[in-house]
Ligand binder design. Structure first.
Ligand code: ASP
Ligand code: MG
Length: 411
């Protein structure tokens, strides 16, 4: 008998027919004698719809009330799924995040899990129930309902797997695994069989939208092995697990693409010590997240600084933030560019293979893709390129690192 945590995404429970298929799948495991804890997302579209309705009532709704509202999406799914399970003669009980013992801090809309008290889940399992937990939510010490940020049901699943010491944690959705690149852009992209937490975290943060980045970070920190797979087939998916030596055999595991960033350039900034500190302090004070930063070689006492920020933050930047920077740095020349994309090459093998950056840059040059910015870490190289060249850049890099060929070590 194993203890299994399964998470089903919004599209996997998107209508009652799919809900029934999930119930049947869960029942199989329960019938085999396993203890099953199921985490579900809101039915697809529900969270977006609730947000849209809230915005019809107020431009900037209270975050406390948003949590109160959004948590209901997942509550619907758990109740429906429990009913479907009962319909198949399977014992099941649903719980909200708070009832499942998920305690968070009090930061509404992006709360962090502080502690999980799994006692109630344990008791329900002991009685022979399938336990169904509403994803994406918990409660603060003040007993206020909180949510864990968009895509947060993944985090619920990983955190419960850790707290319950589960043997298996599976994330079921409409994608059947993690691919070497987005198959819509690169048709010959391959499903990756095993990938390290670290690589998956980079890929998720760099635009691969298979799982919530915070959930993977949690999995890495608590050493939770998880598998991403399809809820419509029985095919194995991608195992996200602790790094092992053979993972380094291949220099590069995947190519990520992020089109949701914009580039900001502040020109003719006086080149004096402390200028970058002042600039980024102003930006940080307004909670805009900066990613890549490039400072140009200085000429005649002036320099240019460029950085990328989430495109969603651009309106805020263009209104008040640009003004603050003008005042703080005494410069007029601030421009923004939305037509960029960040293409990244990710792989733990970069630690031991050399020449990866040279290969990447040469391939992009041969494809006539102009690199506007570069950033590297131990296991990734990111290039900012013109948006129009984004797909070409992904295809070029995928080809340059031979990712379409499956290596035997991957099988
Ligand atoms: N329903 C939430 C969202 O759409 C959480 C989730 O699906 O994981 O972001
Ligand atoms: Mg999701």
């Amino acid at each position: 008998m194993a203890r299994i945590v399964q998470k089903y995404g919004g599209s996997s429970v998107g209508d009652t027919e799919r809900m029934k298929r999930v119930a049947q799948r869960v029942k199989q495991y329960s019938d085999e004698g396993h203890q099953v804890v199921v985490v579900v997302s809101a039915m697809s579209g529900t969270t977006d719809q609730l947000i849209a309705q809230a915005k019809e009532l107020h431009d900037n709704p209270s975050e406390r009330e948003m949590d109160m509202l959004l948590a209901t999406g997942e509550q619907q799914s758990v109740a429906f799924l429990a009913m479907a399970m009962h319909g198949y003669g399977c014992k099941a009980e649903s719980f909200t995040g708070a009832q499942a013992g998920i305690e968070t801090d009090g930061v509404h809309c992006k709360a962090r899990i502080k502690n999980i008290d799994p006692e109630r889940i344990e008791r329900s399992l002991e009685k022979g129930n399938v336990v169904i937990v509403a994803g994406f939510q918990g409660a603060s010490e003040e007993e206020l309902i909180t949510t864990l940020g968009r895509g947060g049901s993944d985090l619920t699943a990983v955190a419960l797997a850790a707290a319950l010491n589960a043997d298996v944690c599976r994330i079921y959705s409409d994608v059947d695994g993690v691919y070497t690149a987005d198959p819509r852009i690169v048709p010959e992209a391959q499903k990756i069989d095993r990938i390290s937490h670290e690589e998956m975290l980079e890929m998720a943060s760099l635009g691969t939208k298979v799982m919530q980045a915070r959930a993977i970070e949690f999995a890495r920190n608590f050493d939770v092995e998880l598998e991403v797979r399809s809820s419509e087939t029985d095919e194995p998916g991608t195992l996200i697990t602790r790094e092992s030596e053979e993972m380094e055999d291949k220099a590069v595991h995947g190519i990520s693409l992020d089109k949701d960033e914009a580039k900001i350039t502040i020109s003719r900034v006086p080149d004096t010590p402390g200028i970058a500190a002042r600039l980024f302090q102003v930006i940080a004070d307004s909670s805009v997240n900066v990613d890549l930063i490039v400072q140009n070689v200085s000429e005649q006492g002036y320099t240019d600084i460029s950085c990328t920020v989430p495109e969603a933050d651009l309106p805020r930047f263009e209104t008040d933030l640009a003004e603050k920077i003008r005042t703080e740095l005494n410069t007029d020349e601030i421009t923004s560019d939305k037509s960029i994309a960040k293409v990244s090459v990710v792989g733990v093998g970069m630690r031991t293979h050399s020449g990866i950056a040279a290969t990447a840059f040469q391939a992009l040059a041969d494809a006539d893709v102009n690199i506007k910015m570069i950033a590297t870490s131990e296991i990734k190289i990111s290039c900012v390129v013109p948006l129009d060249d984004a797909s070409k850049a992904v295809r070029t890099l995928h080809q340059a690192f031979g990712l379409a060929e499956k290596t035997s070590g991957d099988e």
